[in-house]
Design a binder for this molecule. Structure first.
Ligand SMILES: *[C@@H]1O[C@H](CO)[C@@H](O)[C@H](O)[C@H]1NC(C)=O
Ligand SMILES: *[C@@H]1O[C@H](CO)[C@@H](O)[C@H](O)[C@H]1NC(C)=O
Ligand SMILES: *[C@@H]1O[C@H](CO)[C@@H](O)[C@H](O)[C@H]1NC(C)=O
Ligand SMILES: *[C@@H]1O[C@H](CO)[C@@H](O)[C@H](O)[C@H]1NC(C)=O
Ligand SMILES: *[C@@H]1O[C@H](CO)[C@@H](O)[C@H](O)[C@H]1NC(C)=O
Ligand SMILES: *[C@@H]1O[C@H](CO)[C@@H](O)[C@H](O)[C@H]1NC(C)=O
Ligand SMILES: *[C@@H]1O[C@H](CO)[C@@H](O)[C@H](O)[C@H]1NC(C)=O
Ligand SMILES: *[C@@H]1O[C@H](CO)[C@@H](O)[C@H](O)[C@H]1NC(C)=O
Ligand SMILES: *[C@@H]1O[C@H](CO)[C@@H](O)[C@H](O)[C@H]1NC(C)=O
Ligand SMILES: *[C@@H]1O[C@H](CO)[C@@H](O)[C@H](O)[C@H]1NC(C)=O
Ligand SMILES: *[C@@H]1O[C@H](CO)[C@@H](O)[C@H](O)[C@H]1NC(C)=O
Ligand SMILES: *[C@@H]1O[C@H](CO)[C@@H](O)[C@H](O)[C@H]1NC(C)=O
Length: 836
C-alpha cells in the first residue's frame, strides 16, 4: 500500500509536478511487470510441490523473506504527520493515479497507489523506490524542484536515499525553509548548492555515496544548525574550513573517502559534541591537532589512510565514550601514549602501517577486543602481560614489527594472533584454548611443536627453524603452512582425517612416501584444495588415488625424488589449475590425457624422465583449453616441436597485457607454490594459485629436432619462449617478429643456420635474447633492443659479426667500429634500463 496521507489541503495540478510523479509511476509499473515472472516461478513451485517437499519449505521461507524485503525497500514509504498547529478536521482528499489502478498481477502493493500531497506534510520518506535493479536515472533537479514547488512549508524531513537521482540538485530546495533533515545519499548527484548548508533549520545533511558529487565545504558562520554531516564517498575536495569550529552542535562528521586535503584546523578539536569523526581515505596531512584531546563525547575516530605525521594524538583518559580508534596507514611516529591504552571504553584500536616506535605498553586492563599494531617499528613489551585474567582481547596483530625475545603468555580470550615477520625466538608456549588463527611465520622460533588448541583453523609456522617430526594435524584445521622449516620424518596419517583445504609442507626435509590416503581424502572438500609438498625428500610413486570427486586446485610436488609414471586418476581433478611435478624422476610419455582439464593453466614437468615424441593425429581446439605456462624442459622428448597441441597459446591472448610492469609481481597470499620457471634466467617463485599473467613455453634441453615452424608467428600472446639445447635446424623464422609481447627468447645451443632476421628488432619488449651456439651467419641486426644484448647472446656462431660481438662485418673499412670499452659501458647501462 503506497500512500501519503495529508491533513488538510490538497494541491492543485499546476502547483505540483504531476509529470514527475507519473513518470515515477510508470517506472514502478515496469518493475511490477518484471516481477510477474516471479509468479510463474511460484506456480512452478506448486506443480513441483509433491516432488520436492523438503526443499519447498526452505524455498518458501526464502521467498517470504525476499518478499518482505522487496516490499520494504522498493516501495514508496511516505509518512505524514500533522503539524500541531493545524486543525485536522478537513477531509483528506485522495488523488488516484490512473495508470496504477489497473491491477498488476502478483503485486498487490502497487495496485492501490494513492498519493496526496498536503502543505502540512512534515516528513517525506521516499527511500529506494527505484532500487530494485532499476538502472535508468531520473533528473535530481526535476524531482527536487517538483517537491520544492509544492510549497511544503512545514516539511522537515526529506529522504531520497538510493533513488537513482542524477545531475545537479539546483537551488529550488532553498525554498524548503523548515527542512531539518535531508538525505540524498546513494544517488548520482553531481552538484549540490553550498547555500543549502546554511538553511536555517538544517540539522542533518547526508550526501554520502554520490561518487560524482563535486564541491567543497563552505564557511560555517556562527549559529549554523548542522548536527550531522555525511559526505563519505563523494568527490568533495578542498580543506576543512577553520569555521567548522562554529558548528557547536555537530555530533557526526563523516567525510571519508573524498578528496579533502591539507592540515586539519585546530578548531575541529573544539567540537565538544562530536561523537563520530570519519576523516579516512583523504589526503590530509600535518600533525593531529593537539586540541583533539578536548573531545569529550567522541565514540569513533577514523583517520586512517591519510598523510598524518608526527606523534600519535593523546586522548584524555577520563573519556568514557570512545569505542573505536583507527589511525592506520599514516606516517605517525613516536611511542604509543599510555593515554590511548587506558581509555576505559575502547574496544577497537588500529594503528597499523605507521612508524610507531618503542615498546608496547601494558594494555590488557581495559575492554580492548581488537588491537592491530602491525607494520610499525615496535621492539618489545613494556610489561609482558602479567595479569590478563580480565582481558577481553580477541584479535591481536603485531606482525611486521621488530619484536624480539620469547613469547609472553597471551590472554585466554584470544581468537586471532598474528606475530609474523618479527624476530621472536625460542620454543612455543601453550596457546590460548580459543585460538582459531595463529600466524607465527617469518620469525626465529625453534624446537618441536606444542599441542595446538583443537579450535585452531589456520596455522602458519612457515619460515622458522622448527625441527623434528611433523605434528598430528587437528581434525578441524583448515589452512596449514609449515613450509621453510627443518621438519623431518614422514607425513603422519592424521593428515588424511583432517579437513584442511590448503596444506603447505614445502621446503622441509620430509621423507618417506606420500600417504596413499592423502589424495583420496581430497573428496568433498570445499573450497578447492591446494597441496604443496615441494622441496622435500619424498620418495616412491605418486599415489594413484585421486578420487572421482577430487577438489584439488593446485598440486605442487616439485623437487622431490618421486618416480614411476604419472597417476592417471589425476584426470578426476577437474578443477586443477596448477600442476607442478618438476624436478623428480617421473618416467612417462607426454600426458595428453590431461587435455580435458579445462582449468589447467600451469603444467610444469621439467627435469624428469619424460620421453618419446609429443605427437597425435588430431589437434582439438578444446585440448588444454586454459594452459598458458608449460615447461617440459630437461626431459628426453623427441620429434618435432609440439606447439600446435597447445591451442590456448595460439587462439587466446589469454591475458590482455596492458601493464608490463605488474605482470611478474606475485600477490600476497599465505601459501606458496614453487614454480621453478627458468624464465629470463631467473627462478621465479609464485604464491599459491596466484598464477602470473604470463604466456610462457619452455621446451629447452630435450631432443626436439626439425625446423621452427613459421606458424610460430601465430602465437601472438607468447611472452617467453625457450627452445634452447635441442637439435633444431633451419633458419630463424622472421615471423617471430609477430610475437609482439615477447620478452624472452632463447634459441641457443641448436643447429640453426642463416641470418638473424632484422625484423626481430621490432620486438620492443624483448629484454632477453640468446641465439648463441648455433651456425648463424651475417650481421647482427642493430637498433632498439638489439643494442642492449650482451655479446654472450650471440657468441659461439663462428660467422656472425656486428658491434655486439665487436667483430667488424666489413674488415676492409676498419675504423667504423668504436673502441671496445665504450660498447661495454653502453650495453651495461642499457641492460639495466631494459630490465626495469
Ligand atoms: C522560491 O520562492 C520564491 C518566493 O517564495 C519564488 O519566487 C521562487 O520561484 C521559488 N523558487 C522555486 C525554485 O520554487
Ligand atoms: C572528481 O573530481 C575531479 C576533478 O576535481 C575529476 O577529475 C574526477 O574525475 C572526479 N571523479 C569522479 C569519480 O567524478
Ligand atoms: C582545547 O584545547 C586547547 C589546547 O589544546 C585549549 O587551549 C582550549 O582551551 C581547549 N578548548 C576547550 C573548549 O576545552
Ligand atoms: C616523526 O616524524 C617527523 C617528521 O615526519 C620528524 O620530524 C620527527 O623527528 C619524527 N619523530 C621521531 C620520534 O622519530
Ligand atoms: C608498511 O608501512 C609502510 C609505511 O609505513 C608502507 O609503505 C608499507 O607498504 C607497509 N607494508 C605493508 C606490508 O603493508
Ligand atoms: C588480576 O586481575 C583480576 C581482575 O582484575 C584480579 O581479581 C586479580 O587479583 C589480579 N591478579 C593479580 C595477580 O594481580
Ligand atoms: C585458507 O587459505 C586460503 C588461501 O590462502 C584462503 O582463501 C582461505 O580463506 C583460508 N581459510 C581460512 C579459514 O583462513
Ligand atoms: C581416520 O578416521 C577413520 C574413521 O573416522 C578412522 O577409522 C581412522 O583410524 C582414522 N585414521 C587416523 C590416522 O586417525
Ligand atoms: C579452432 O578454432 C578456430 C578459431 O576459433 C577455428 O578457426 C578453427 O577452425 C578451429 N579448429 C578446429 C579443429 O576446430
Ligand atoms: C632456457 O633453458 C635453459 C636450459 O633449460 C636455461 O639454462 C636457460 O637459462 C633458459 N633461458 C632463459 C632465457 O630462461
Ligand atoms: C605477421 O602477421 C601478419 C598478419 O597477422 C602477416 O601479414 C605478416 O606477414 C606476419 N609477419 C611476418 C614477419 O610473418
Ligand atoms: C646464452 O646461452 C649461453 C649458453 O647457453 C650462455 O652461456 C650465455 O650466458 C647466455 N647469454 C645470455 C645473455 O643469456
Amino acid at each position: 500500500m503506497l500512500c501519503i496521507e495529508t491533513s488538510s489541503t490538497i494541491l492543485n495540478d499546476h502547483e505540483f509536478d504531476w509529470e514527475g510523479w507519473s513518470q515515477w509511476v510508470q517506472q514502478i509499473r515496469r518493475q511490477a511487470v518484471r516481477r510477474r515472472y516471479r509468479l510463474y516461478v511460484f506456480l512452478l513451485d506448486v506443480i513441483l510441490f509433491p516432488l520436492i517437499l523438503p526443499c519447498y519449505f526452505l524455498y518458501a521461507i526464502f521467498k517470504f523473506i525476499r518478499r518482505i524485503s522487496t516490499t520494504t525497500t522498493t516501495l514508496l514509504k511516505a509518512k505524514a504527520r500533522t503539524t500541531t498547529t493545524t486543525t485536522t478536521t478537513a477531509t483528506p482528499m485522495v488523488r488516484k493515479i490512473e495508470e496504477t489502478t489497473q491491477p498488476v498481477i502478483g503485486q498487490e502493493e502497487v495496485r492501490s497507489l494513492e498519493i496526496v500531497i498536503g502543505i502540512n506534510i512534515m516528513e517525506l520518506h521516499l527511500d529506494s523506490f527505484m532500487s530494485d535493479g532499476y538502472t535508468s536515472t531520473i533528473s535530481a533537479h526535476e524531482w527536487l524542484s517538483g517537491i520544492a514547488s509544492a510549497e511544503l512549508h512545514h516539511l522537515q524531513v526529506l529522504t531520497l536515499r538510493g533513488c537513482n537521482l542524477a545531475g545537479s540538485v539546483g537551488t529550488s530546495m532553498l525554498n524548503l525553509s523548515s527542512l531539518s533533515h535531508l538525505d540524498l545519499s546513494y544517488n548520482h548527484i553531481t552538484d549540490f548548492p553550498q547555500q543549502m548548508f546554511h538553511l536555517p533549520n538544517l540539522k542533518v545533511l547526508d550526501l554520502s555515496d554520490n561518487h560524482h558529487l563535486t564541491g567543497s565545504l563552505p564557511e560555517f558562520p556562527p549559529g549554523t544548525a548542522l548536527q550531522q554531516l555525511f559526505l563519505a564517498y563523494t568527490n568533495y575536495t578542498g580543506r576543512i574550513p577553520h569555521s567548522i569550529g562554529n558548528l557547536k552542535q555537530l555530533t557526526d562528521l563523516e567525510v571519508g573517502n573524498c578528496g579533502f586535503f591539507g592540515p586539519l584546523p585546530h578548531s575541529l578539536g573544539n567540537l565538544e559534541q562530536l561523537a563520530f569523526l570519519g576523516l579516512n581515505g583523504n589526503n590530509f596531512e600535518g600533525e593531529v591537532p593537539s586540541s583533539f584531546s578536548n573531545f569529550s563525547s567522541l565514540e569513533e575516530l577514523d583517520m586512517s589512510f591519510n598523510g598524518f605525521v608526527g606523534p600519535l594524538p593523546s586522548l584524555k583518559a577520563s573519556r568514557k565514550t570512545i569505542a573505536k580508534i583507527d589511525l592506520s596507514n599514516n606516517q605517525l611516529n613516536g611511542t604509543i601514549p599510555l593515554s590511548l591504552f587506558t581509555l576505559p571504553s575502547l574496544q577497537i584500536l588500529v594503528l597499523s602501517n605507521n612508524q610507531i616506535q618503542g615498546k608496547m605498553p601494558d594494555w590488557l586492563c581495559n575492554n580492548l577486543e581488537y588491537l592491530d599494531l602491525s607494520n610499525n617499528s615496535l621492539v618489545g613489551f613494556e610489561d609482558p602481560f602479567s595479569n590478563h585474567s580480565s582481558s577481553s582481547l580477541e584479535f591481536l596483530d603485531l606482525s611486521s614489527n621488530h619484536f624480539e625475545g620469547s613469547l609472553p603468555i597471551f590472554p585466554n580470550s584470544l581468537e586471532t594472533l598474528d606475530l609474523s615477520s618479527n624476530h621472536f625466538e625460542g620454543s612455543l608456549p601453550i596457546f590460548p584454548s580459543s585460538l582459531e588463527t595463529l600466524d607465527l611465520s617469518s620469525n626465529h622460533f625453534e624446537g618441536s611443536l606444542p599441542i595446538f588448541p583443537s579450535s585452531l583453523e589456520t596455522l602458519d609456522l612457515s619460515s622458522n627453524n622448527f625441527e623434528g617430526s611433523l605434528p598430528n594435524f587437528p581434525k578441524g584445521m583448515d589452512n596449514i603452512s609449515l613450509s621453510k622449516n627443518k621438519f623431518t620424518g614422514a607425513i603422519p596419517l592424521t593428515i588424511c582425517n583432517s579437513s584442511w583445504s590448503h596444506i603447505d609442507l614445502s621446503h622441509n626435509q620430509i621423507s618417506g612416501e606420500i600417504p596413499s590416503c592423502l589424495f583420496n581424502s581430497i573428496m568433498d572438500r570445499y573450497p578447492f584444495s591446494v597441496v604443496d609438498l615441494s622441496k622435500n625428500k619424498l620418495q616412491g610413486m605418486i599415489p594413484d588415488t585421486f578420487g572421482s570427486e577430487c577438489w584439488l586446485e593446485g598440486l605442487n610436488l616439485n623437487g622431490n625424488q618421486l618416480e614411476g609414471s604419472l597417476p592417471r586418476s589425476l584426470v578426476n581433478c577437474r578443477g586443477l589449475r596448477v600442476l607442478d611435478l618438476g624436478n623428480n624422476q617421473i618416467d612417462d610419455t607426454f600426458p595428453f590425457w590431461l587435455e580435458h582439464l579445462e582449468s589447467l593453466q600451469v603444467l610444469m614437468l621439467q627435469s624428469n624422465k619424460f620421453h618419446g615424441p609429443i605427437r597425435r593425429r588430431h589437434i582439438a581446439n578444446s585440448s588444454f583449453e586454459s594452459l598458458h605456462i608449460i615447461s617440459l624442459s630437461a626431459n628426453s622428448f623427441t620429434g618435432h616441436l609440439p606447439l600446435q597441441y597447445f591451442p590456448s597459446l595460439y587462439f587466446k591472448g589469454m591475458y590482455e597485457i596492458d601493464d608490463h610492469q605488474t605482470s611478474h609481481t606475485a600477490m600476497p597470499n599465505v601459501f606458496y607454490t614453487f614454480l621453478m620457471f627458468p624464465n629470463k634466467g631467473q627462478a621465479l617463485e609464485y604464491k599459491s594459485i596466484q598464477i602470473p599473467e604470463l604466456n610462457a613455453v619452455d621446451l629447452s634441453s630435450n631432443l626436439f629436432d626439425g625446423e621452427i615452424p613459421t606458424s610460430i608467428g601465430d602465437y601472438k600472446s607468447l611472452m617467453s619462449l625457450n627452445l634452447s639445447h635441442n637439435n633444431l635446424v633451419g633458419k630463424i623464422p622472421s615471423s617471430l617478429a609477430n610475437l609482439t609481447q615477447l620478452e624472452s627468447l632463447d634459441l641457443s645451443n641448436n643447429d640453426l643456420v642463416g641470418e638473424i632476421p632484422s625484423e626481430l628488432t621490432s620486438l620492443t619488449f624483448l629484454s632477453v635474447l640468446n641465439v648463441s651456439r648455433n651456425h648463424l651467419i651475417g650481421m647482427i641486426p642493430s637498433g632498439r633492443q638489439f643494442d642492449t644484448f650482451p655479446s654472450s647472446s650471440f657468441e659461439g656462431n663462428s660467422r656472425l659479426c656486428g658491434i655486439q660481438l665487436q667483430i667488424d662485418c666489413n674488415p676492409n673499412k676498419s675504423g667504423n667500429v668504436a673502441p671496445p670499452s665504450d660498447h661495454v659501458n653502453q650495453s651495461m647501462v642499457l641492460i639495466s634500463i631494459g630490465y626495469l
